[in-house]
Design a protein around this ligand. Structure first.
Ligand code: SF4
Length: 347
């Protein structure tokens, strides 16, 4: 009997699955030594073998370009550290905090903005650190929402996740618990009834935000995993990263947004890729991103429109970066066909 497929965690395993040619192992060794590698069976099945430019391969298969340093790249591109009052907590905005419960993920994305801190064996918060993080949240009544992130919180067992959610739910002023995850796509089999139950907290609103970047990621198993979450009464939103060679064309981006909405997932954010080290080959310009957003506007349902956002480097937070349809003087507005109209209209 064949053993069930397992997550590919090193170059030799990628080579055996024909995801990298043997002759490239030497040049990729330094990449794999520096940045974590993991490709789950679900993701491996999506990759077109022998095509290094395949949009799924570009997201997960190591590339020698990851060792190319660019001026402006930074290890902590969105400035988490400067806003971390206690281990595991990032408190950047007044009414919400990130709680980084674990530093591992099911898969490791080649463009990850936390690539210097995530990886296998990096563990999660110790019991004492979690206690301190929850004490911090509990002592600040202005914290209305807690965003569980990492790493990927859905790599935790249902039991550990439930313990965290239950303790958060016991804090009266925390009304919303949001979970950021790639797991429904990367390892849909992990979305069990027990895990879904662990996400729910009585009298609190739970949301799950799926990270997905290409319509092929939303195959049958991923869709079923998302449906298990939504059918349990947990709304889902999405976040996608604009990536060169992955989703930087109007047809792919539009198809991704439609696929998400068909799964009852509201597109929330389209992130401009962060200045993470070794990811310049996957970044677009902001002008390219704005042009793509213009192609979505008016041609795709309003449900398919995410906000295009940039995390301002060094921790200044996220801002929407357009495009802008209102003229600078506020006197005219552009329609989805590029025609400009005075507002209010002349009598
Ligand atoms: S799942 Fe998220 S945190 Fe993990 S490697 Fe991908 S982008 Fe980074």
């Amino acid at each position: 009997m064949n053993a069930p497929p397992t997550t590919l965690r090193d170059l030799e395993a990628l080579c055996e699955r024909a995801l990298v040619p043997r002759e490239r192992l030497g040049e990729l060794a330094a990449v794999a030594a520096r940045y974590a590698v993991a490709i789950t069976p679900a993701i491996a099945d999506l990759i077109e073998r022998g095509d290094a430019q395949d949009p799924i391969a570009r997201q997960f298969v190591p590339d020698a370009a990851e060792l190319v340093a660019r001026a402006g790249d930074r290890g902590d591109p969105i400035g988490d550290d400067a806003f971390s009052p206690v281990e595991g907590v990032v408190h950047r905005y007044p009414d919400r905090v990130l709680l980084k419960v674990v530093n591992a993920c099911a898969v490791y994305c080649r463009f990850c903005f936390r690539r210097e801190t995530v990886g296998p064996g990096r563990g999660g918060l110790s019991r004492a650190a979690l206690d301190a993080a929850l004490d911090y949240i509990g002592a600040r009544p202005q914290i209305w929402e807690v965003i569980l992130t990492g790493g990927d919180p859905l790599v935790l067992s249902a039991r550990r996740l439930e313990a965290v959610v239950t303790r958060l739910a016991a804090i009266a002023h925390v009304k919303v618990i949001r979970v950021h995850t790639r797991v429904p796509v990367a390892a849909p089999e992990r979305i069990t009834a027990a895990l879904v139950r662990a996400l729910r907290a009585p009298d609190k609103a739970s949301f799950v935000v799926l990270h997905a970047n290409h319509p092929r990621e939303l195959g049958k198993a991923a869709r079923a995993a998302c449906a298990r979450v939504i059918d349990a009464g947990i709304p889902m939103l999405s976040q996608s990263v604009l990536l060169r060679g992955v989703n930087d064309d109007a047809a792919t981006l539009g198809a991704l947004m439609r696929a998400l909405v068909e799964c009852r997932i509201k597109p929330y954010y389209l992130h401009h890729a962060d200045l993470a080290p070794g990811t310049a080959h996957l970044r677009t310009s902001i002008a390219e991103g704005q042009a793509l957003m213009r192609t979505l506007h008016g041609r795709y349902s309003g449900l398919c429109q995410p906000a295009y956002v940039l995390d301002i480097p060094d921790g200044y937070g996220k801002s929407p970066i357009g495009p802008n349809y209102l003229s600078d003087d506020g006197a005219s507005v552009e329609d989805f066909n590029g025609r400009r109209h005075r507002y209010p209209p002349p009598r």
